[in-house]
Design a protein around this ligand. Sequence first.
Ligand SMILES: Cc1ncc(COP(=O)(O)O)c(CNc2cccc(C(=O)O)c2)c1O
Length: 459
Amino acid sequence: MKHQRSTAQWREMDAAHHLHPFTDTASLNEQGVRMITHADGIYLWDSEGNKILDGMAGLWCVNIGYGRKDLPEVAKRQMEELAYYNTFFKTSHPAVVELSHLLAEVAPKGFDHVFYTNSGSESVDTMIRMVRRYWDVKGKPEKKTLIGRWNGYHGSTIGGASLGGMSYMHEQGDLPIPGIVHVQQPWHYKYGKGMSADEFGKLAASWVEDKILEVGADKVAAFVGEPIQGAGGVIIPPATYWPEVERICRKYDILLVADEVICGFGRTGHWFGHQQFGFTPDIFTTAKGLSSGYMPIGAVFVNNEVAATLAAGGDFNHGFTYSGHPVAAAVAHANVKALRDEGIVAAVHEDTGPYMQKRWREAFSRFEHVDDVRGVGLIQAFTLVKDKASQTLFDNWGEIGLMCRDIFFKHGLIMRACGDHIVSAPPLIISKDQIDELIATAVKCMEIFEQQLKERGLA
Ligand SMILES: Cc1ncc(COP(=O)(O)O)c(CNc2cccc(C(=O)O)c2)c1O
């Protein structure tokens, strides 16, 4: 597409009008934005013609890869046929019905009902309201408290940001709202020194039981967690953690919610992350991979018992103008159908996922300032450490991570620094050759990074 402006003009206009998310606007406007103009497969191009390997699938969301020809066609046809109608007041439309039917097919058994939103945050806030409504209908209205984890991420709405455990978000806007509490995250490397993975998984799960007893089981509505904490730095719990959390939730009659916004739709090699970890939630929230980012849409999956309970309560007074938006639903349907029928999720499980995990561990375990090299499917990470032998982290958590991320960016590779964790979650269509390309570039960058650490006297 011929662009009518120069990068400089775009930068000037962006600085003049555009407020960016999670951004120090003044600092950004000093340097100017990078204008991403188009993308294909796993690659992006900026307005200067630079080609970039997107090791983060946008924001963990472009599962099907960029540049699909089918999805725009589907959007065009749907927009021409029915660009919008709502799903309030006893109305529906073919696109959202077909999507709902397909989602029930790919969801685990017993999840036949979905509620639609426009984002992960809206899915989380919908879940909060659903959970509290569920207990109202059950005649236990005092069961209102939700338990999340420190360093969990559940979005930026008041509810999502409260349920998340990012203190720097709580400080802005007087969060968390009442009725939301947190337990420590199941980060073995930091909190389980000297313990086996199995032992630490059980210990971390016991923190949930401690919190339930502290609040009072009769007051606790749900426990909410990401199967793998994404924005928190790809914190992968030990195998014993989630089954133990599920046992505890069943013991105290507390709903178990999985936030699958990142882990959902094939990221771990399973359709949903909870299947990777062998637990069954009552509700799970999704967005991102549902449409691969081609259209904003989220969906809350509820099991049949929760659905029946909500239905028994009459009107559930919640919903959005664009809940089940026809174009978003049609695109999501085509996306999910392709993830299934093109064998993309299956390939992550059987082929590219194991390949990535093998190459990732081989490539990064040898670096002096890298430890806890980890991953499953096509979500992987490692932690930058000051001293590997003593498992000592760097001071000023996050500074070193940004330094490392900038080196990747300079060499045409997008990886994410979450604190001093370096994480990657590429589009699920990445080939083995492209995995080799990602790893080779990242290794070169890590060599430069460790050289810079020495030159700056940081290690
Ligand atoms: C687990 C989880 N739950 C909810 C949300 C909120 O989704 P929306 O953004 O669509 O409202 C998320 C989103 N995750 C997310 C969003 C933006 C940036 C980053 C990052 O890692 O930099 C991560 C998420 O990862």
